[in-house]
Design a protein around this ligand. Structure first.
Ligand SMILES: NC(=O)c1ccc[n+]([C@@H]2O[C@H](COP(=O)([O-])OP(=O)(O)OC[C@H]3O[C@@H](n4cnc5c(N)ncnc54)[C@H](O)[C@@H]3O)[C@@H](O)[C@H]2O)c1
Length: 112
């Protein structure tokens, strides 16, 4: 039986195959949450590391821009853990998005 502040809670973390999302997923699991580690990339190594540390986790392929993909990920979480209590909607592109890929209208003021 899991112990910790989040024992019996179920969490989904998007963009959790690496970076901050993986850290959120591991921290939630360390507090006893059962975690769905969701990403467009392979999230199984993060889920396996959580299980290896004694936690409970599944990996799910999920593109947060695709409603059907999100629905399938949530369904897989509910099947595995019987509900969802927490969503960490972390997935996004950030520092690695080159300015050259931004349109002029969307670029921050003075950089476009
Ligand atoms: N790192 C920072 O300094 C910083 C600062 C402010 C905000 N943020 C935000 O924090 C979040 C994570 O940042 P990070 O540095 O860990 O980024 P990261 O690039 O290391 O990780 C982002 C993860 O999101 C996944 N992802 C991207 N698009 C996705 C999609 N459509 N569906 C599902 N998964 C998707 C990627 O595959 C990746 O695993 C981002 O939302 C970012 O904007 C980061």
């Amino acid at each position: 039986m899991a112990t910790g502040r989040l024992a019996a809670r179920v969490a989904i973390v998007t963009g959790a195959a690496q970076g901050l999302g993986a850290t959120y997923a591991e921290a939630l699991a360390a507090e006893g949450a059962r975690v769905c580690v969701a990403d467009v990339l392979d999230a199984e190594p993060v889920a396996a590391a959580i299980r290896g540390a004694g936690g409970q986790a599944i990996a799910a392929a999920c593109d947060v821009t695709d409603p059907a993909s999100v629905r399938a990920m949530v369904d897989a979480t509910v099947r595995a853990f019987d509900g969802v209590d927490i969503l960490v909607n972390n997935a996004a592109l950030f520092a690695k998005l080159a300015l050259s890929r931004c349109s002029r209208s969307r670029a921050p003021s003075g950089t476009g």
